[in-house]
Design a protein around this ligand. Sequence first.
Ligand code: ATP
Length: 255
Amino acid sequence: MVIEDVTHQYATKGQRVTALEDINLTIEPGEFVCLAGPSGCGKTTLLQLIAGFLRPSDGRITLGGQEVRGPSAERGVVFQQPNLYPWMTVRKNVELGPKLRRVAKAEREAQAKTYLDMVGLGDFLDRRPYELSGGMQQRAQIARVLTNDPDIILMDEPFGALDALTRERLQAELLTIWRNTGKTIFFITHSVEEAIFLGSRVLVMSARPGHVVYDKPVDFLSTMDADMPVGQMRSLPAFVRMRDEVSNEIHASGG
Ligand SMILES: Nc1ncnc2c1ncn2[C@@H]1O[C@H](COP(=O)(O)OP(=O)(O)OP(=O)(O)O)[C@@H](O)[C@H]1O
């Protein structure tokens, strides 16, 4: 995905607010990009531009050479608040995308089962969303996005509303899903530790108008045991160094 010279302004009450200015970014297939930055720096705006919910005031975004002109299943979005349809079972929620694309019933049922198993909800197929915990609803949201086989998954603080333990579990599960599917992920977070733990690359944006002030790969994790607990990882010198670097960058840019 290529973001070229993207600027975005909102018009409110006759005033223009420049949320993003001159963003240039290339995200390679299979990268797990985590974006952090002070509140209001334009993270959600950038995600919404990539999703196609907003059009940039200037510049352009292309995915696989095609310009993004609106929402599409190839760019799946996971929001902070799960947005499952309450009147549908978990299975029907997950099957909806393939159903709208007229995938045959047996095939879409099998797809939904595969992805619900992958996120650990294989025993909850016929429950309704309100019968699930917040973490389980997020898992269902992730399964729903995966069923559409997107080129990129856009995640806006997906674990921000969860308790600490559930959050750590979902982080580990998401990493496993990423390793197993090779999907490209663009992930917004307020947590520096989450960004480093999950990302193969960490970006920081400055306060308004937002632009990218930090962009580094997280390379020390690839040489380590994939199953190392987060607790142990936190004390690694390379982890601590990067956490301080990213935190300083966020503070310097207005956070
Ligand atoms: N619909 C809108 N109309 C006008 N201004 C907006 C609108 N949406 C966002 N903004 C402004 O654009 C800027 C960027 O907002 P955005 O939500 O993208 O930031 P953010 O980095 O995601 O913030 P947070 O971390 O608090 O979620 C903010 O100053 C915000 O007030």
